[in-house]
Design a protein around this ligand. Structure first.
Ligand code: NAI
Length: 704
C-alpha cells in the first residue's frame, strides 16, 4: 500500500488515514492509496465501521490540478473508488477539518456520515478554474443540501462555514476546535456510537434532492442567466445542466451527464487559461536569488506617507490584516480628509454586510494619523505615496532614510519614476523597494513589486510574503519606465490614439477591445482614470527625454488636457458624459480630424475591428516579449498575472502572453511586419522583440 494512505484498526473501527502534505491533495498516489485501503477494509470483516481522516492542517483540500492537463487524465478511477466507499455495508464517517474543497468534499459526500470541527470550510470551487465538480459533486451535493444551495455553491465556488454546513445538512455534527488527534478520537467514538445504535450505511446516492424553493422555471432561468452573464465561461451553464440532471434523473444517468460535461470543460481553452493562471500565481512567489528557506523580516507596524487617493487604500490593506499603520500627511485637513474617506469606505462595507458591524471601529483603531515623519521611526516598513514628482520623492526618500530605524524597509508607490534613483536618495539602497499598488488600492489584487538594482534579496522576499499576507497577488518587476503593466500599456494607448486620428471612434475602439472580454476599452479606461493624469505622464516623460521622436505621439490625450476635457470627472473626455453614461461626442471626431491634418495622417472611412485588436494588442504582447528578454519580468505567467489582476484582462484568455500562444507567435510577428510595412516603422514601433523571433525559429511558446 502507498504510504500516503494507511488503514489501521482502532479497536473495532478502521481508520483510513491520508497523509500527503501540505494539503492532502488527490495525487495519483493518494487516489491509489485510498483504493487499496478500501480493499483492505472490505476484506477485514472484524472492522465494524470506517473513519476517513486526514493528517496535518486540513482534510483533502482538492484535486491535484496539474493532473487535469495530462493526456491520460481520467476521473473514472477516483469516482469508482468513491462509489465503493458509498457502497460499503458498514457505516463510514468522514472527520473533517481545515478546507474541505473540490475532490475533498466529494470524498466526504461519498461517506455516510460527516462531522467537522467548527473552523472547517467546505466548498466546490471548480468553477474558478473553468471546471465543474467531476467526481459526482454535482450529483451528491444537491442530494445533501437541496438544489438551490447546491447550485449557488457550485456557481460561486465559495466555501461555506461548518455552522452553515450543519444547518443545511452537509454535516451531522460540529465540534469545538480541537487538535487532530482529538478529532480522530471523536470520529472513532462517533462511529462506535453508530454501530451501537445499529445504524448502517446512509448512502447519499439513494436520497432525493430537496426541491424547496425551486419553481418550475428554475432551471430555465438559471441556464439563461449562465448563458448571458457568464457566456464566456464554459462551466456555469454546464453546472446548471448537471444539477438539473441530479434533480430529474436517476443517479447513474446524472453521473453520465456530469462525466460528459466535465470533459467538455476540462478540454475548453478557457479552462486551460484559468488553470494556467492558477499555476502562474503559485510560481510568482518563487523569486530567483531568494532562497525558499530565507527568514523574512518581521513586519509588525507599517507607516504610510501621504493620505491621498493611494495612501488611504494602501493603509487599509494592512489594517484589514490586523497590522497597525501610522499615516503621515503634511497638513491636518489633508490627513482628516484621507482618514475620513477610509472610515466611510469601511462603513459602506459594513452597511453592505461585507464587514461585521464592529469591524469599521476595530480597523480604524489600527490607524494613527500624524503630521510628523519622525513618528515613523518605529515602523518595520514605510511606504511613500506622495505626489508623483521626482524632486519631492527624492526629498521624502532622503528623509525616510534618516528617520526609519535600522532594518526597516522603505518602499515607494511610484508608477513611473526610477526606483534606483530614489533608492540612492534614501541612502539605504539595500532596504529600498517599489511597491506599486493599483487603484483602488484596497480592492485591486495586483501588487507590482519593483526590485531596485541593489535591493537586498531578503527585503524582496519579505515584501513578496507580505503581499500574500494582505491578500495581494505579488509580481516582481525590474526597474524600467512603467514597470511591467504600464510599460505594456503604452503601445496599446499609442495605437488607440493613432486609430482615432485615422478615423476610428472611441466607441468603435472600445467595442472592439471589449469583444475580447475586457470590461473597458482604452478610451473608457482613460476617461475614468482622468485624461489630465494620463497626459501629465506623457508630458513628464517627454521632459525626461523618454518619448519617441514623433510629434504626433499621444497627441490626442495632450490635446484633451489642453481643452479641459479630463474625462468623466469633467463631464467630457473621449466621450461626453450624461451622469456616468458615456455618449459618443462629434466634437472628439473634429478634434481628431484636426490633429490628423496637422500631422499629415491620412483619414480612412473604414477601419475594421480586427485591425483595432491587432494594432492595440499585438504591440502590447511584443512589449511583453521585450520585458522578458530584458529580464524585467521573470516569467510570461508573471506578465499574465499583471494584466488579469491589474488591468481587467479576461482570465478566460489567461493573460496576453497566454493568449499570444493561442493565436500563434508566428501570426503575431507576421502582423507586426505587416503594420511596419503599411504604416512605416517610425521609431521602431513595429519592430519585433528579438525574443519573439528566437522563439518562432525554435518553435517554442511562452508556455514552454
Ligand atoms: P494624491 O495627490 O491623491 O495624494 C498624494 C498625497 O500626498 C496628498 O494628500 C499630499 O498632501 C501628500 N503629500 C505630499 N507630500 C507629502 C509629504 N512630504 N509627506 C506626506 N504627505 C505628502 O496622489 P495619489 O494618486 O495618491 O498618488 C500617490 C502616488 O501613488 C504617486 O506616486 C502615484 O504615481 C502613485 N500611484 C497612483 C495611482 C493612482 O491611480 N492614483 C496608481 C498607482 C500609483
Amino acid at each position: 500500500m502507498s504510504n500516503l494512505v494507511t488503514l489501521q484498526a482502532h479497536s473495532s473501527i478502521g481508520v483510513l488515514r491520508i497523509a500527503s502534505p501540505p494539503v492532502n491533495a488527490l495525487s495519483r498516489g493518494v487516489v491509489q492509496g485510498i483504493r487499496e485501503a478500501v480493499d483492505q477494509f472490505e476484506a477485514d470483516r472484524s472492522l465494524q465501521a470506517l473513519v476517513v481522516h486526514a493528517d496535518g492542517r486540513t482534510f483533502v483540500a482538492g484535486g491535484d490540478i496539474s493532473e487535469f492537463s495530462k493526456p491520460d487524465f481520467e476521473a473514472k478511477t477516483y469516482n469508482a473508488t468513491l462509489g465503493r466507499i458509498e457502497n460499503l455495508d458498514r457505516p463510514v464517517v468522514a472527520a473533517l477539518h481545515g478546507t474541505v474543497l473540490g475532490g475533498g468534499l466529494e470524498l466526504a459526500m461519498a461517506c455516510h456520515y460527516r462531522i467537522a470541527v467548527r473552523d472547517t470550510r467546505l466548498g466546490l470551487p471548480e468553477v474558478l478554474l473553468g471546471l465543474l465538480p467531476g467526481s459526482l459533486g454535482t450529483q451528491r451535493l444537491p442530494r445533501l443540501v437541496g438544489v438551490r444551495l447546491a447550485l449557488d455553491m457550485m456557481l460561486s465556488g465559495k466555501p461555506i462555514t461548518a455552522a452553515k454546513a450543519l444547518e443545511c445538512g452537509l454535516v451531522d455534527a460540529v465540534l469545538e476546535p480541537m487538535d487532530n488527534d482529538a478529532l480522530l478520537a471523536a470520529a472513532v467514538a462517533h462511529a462506535q456510537a453508530l454501530v451501537k445504535q445499529g445504524k448502517g450505511p446512509r448512502r447519499t446516492r439513494e436520497r432525493m434532492p430537496s426541491m424547496e424553493g425551486v419553481a418550475p422555471d428554475f432551471f430555465a432561468k438559471a441556464l439563461e442567466e449562465a448563458e448571458t452573464k457568464k457566456a464566456a465561461y464554459p462551466a456555469p451553464r454546464r453546472i446548471v445542466r448537471c444539477v438539473q440532471a441530479a434533480a430529474t434523473l436517476p443517479f447513474e444517468k446524472g453521473e453520465a451527464v456530469e462525466a460528459e460535461l466535465f470533459e467538455e470543460c476540462r478540454a475548453s481553452p478557457q479552462s486551460v487559461a484559468m488553470r494556467h493562471l492558477f499555476f502562474a500565481e503559485r510560481a510568482a512567489g518563487k523569486i530567483p536569488g531568494v532562497p525558499s528557506d530565507f527568514t523574512p523580516r518581521a513586519i509588525r507596524k507599517v507607516g504610510v506617507l501621504g493620505a491621498g487617493t493611494m495612501g488611504g487604500g494602501i493603509a487599509m490593506n494592512f489594517a484589514n490584516a490586523g497590522i497597525p499603520v501610522t499615516i503621515v500627511e503634511t497638513a491636518a485637513d489633508a490627513l482628516e480628509r484621507g482618514l475620513g474617506i477610509v472610515r466611510k469606505n469601511y462603513e459602506a462595507s459594513a452597511a453592505k454586510g461585507k464587514l461585521r458591524p464592529e469591524d469599521p471601529a476595530k480597523r480604524m483603531a489600527l490607524l494613527t494619523g500624524s503630521l510628523d515623519v519622525a513618528e515613523l521611526a518605529d515602523c518595520d516598513l514605510v511606504i511613500e505615496a506622495v505626489f508623483e514628482n521626482m524632486d519631492i520623492k527624492k526629498q521624502v526618500a532622503k528623509r525616510l532614510g534618516e528617520v526609519c530605524k535600522p532594518g526597516a524597509i522603505i518602499a515607494t508607490n511610484t508608477s513611473t519614476l526610477d526606483v534606483n534613483v530614489l533608492a540612492d536618495a534614501s541612502g539605504r539602497a539595500g532596504e529600498f523597494i517599489g511597491m506599486h499598488f493599483f487603484s483602488p488600492a484596497n480592492v485591486m489584487r495586483l501588487l507590482e513589486i519593483v526590485r531596485g538594482d541593489r535591493t537586498d534579496p531578503q527585503v524582496l522576499g519579505t515584501v513578496v510574503r507580505l503581499a500574500r499576507t494582505i491578500g495581494k497577488v505579488p509580481v516582481v518587476s525590474g526597474v524600467c519606465y512603467g514597470f511591467i503593466g504600464n510599460r505594456m500599456l503604452e503601445p496599446y494607448l499609442r495605437e488607440s490614439e493613432f486609430l482615432m486620428m485615422e478615423g476610428a471612434s472611441p466607441a468603435q475602439i472600445d467595442r472592439a477591445i471589449q469583444s475580447l472580454g475586457l470590461p473597458m476599452g482604452p478610451c473608457r479606461m482613460l476617461d475614468l482614470a482622468g485624461l489630465d493624469v494620463a497626459a501629465k505622464v506623457v508630458v513628464e516623460r517627454g521632459k525626461a527625454g523618454g518619448l519617441p521622436d514623433d510629434p504626433s505621439y499621444r497627441a490626442v490625450v495632450q490635446k484633451m488636457m489642453e481643452l479641459g476635457r479630463f474625462g468623466q470627472k469633467t463631464g467630457a473626455g473621449y466621450y461626453r458624459y450624461e451622469g456616468r453614461t458615456p455618449v459618443p461626442d462629434p466634437e472628439v471626431e473634429r478634434i481628431c480630424a484636426a490633429l490628423a491634418e496637422q500631422y499629415g495622417i491620412a483619414r480612412r472611412s473604414e477601419i475594421s475591428d480586427q485591425e483595432i485588436i491587432e494594432r492595440c494588442v499585438y504591440p502590447l504582447i511584443n512589449e511583453g516579449a521585450k520585458i522578458l528578454e530584458e529580464g524585467i519580468a521573470y516569467r510570461p505567467g508573471d506578465i499574465d498575472l499583471v494584466w488579469v489582476n491589474g488591468y481587467g484582462f479576461p482570465d478566460f484568455r489567461g493573460g496576453p502572453m497566454h493568449m499570444a500562444d493561442t493565436i500563434g507567435l508566428d501570426k503575431i510577428a507576421d502582423r507586426l511586419d505587416h503594420y511596419a510595412a503599411e504604416r512605416g516603422n517610425r521609431d521602431g514601433y513595429w519592430s519585433r522583440a528579438t525574443l519573439l523571433g528566437e522563439m518562432i525559429a525554435s518553435g517554442r511558446k511562452f508556455a514552454d
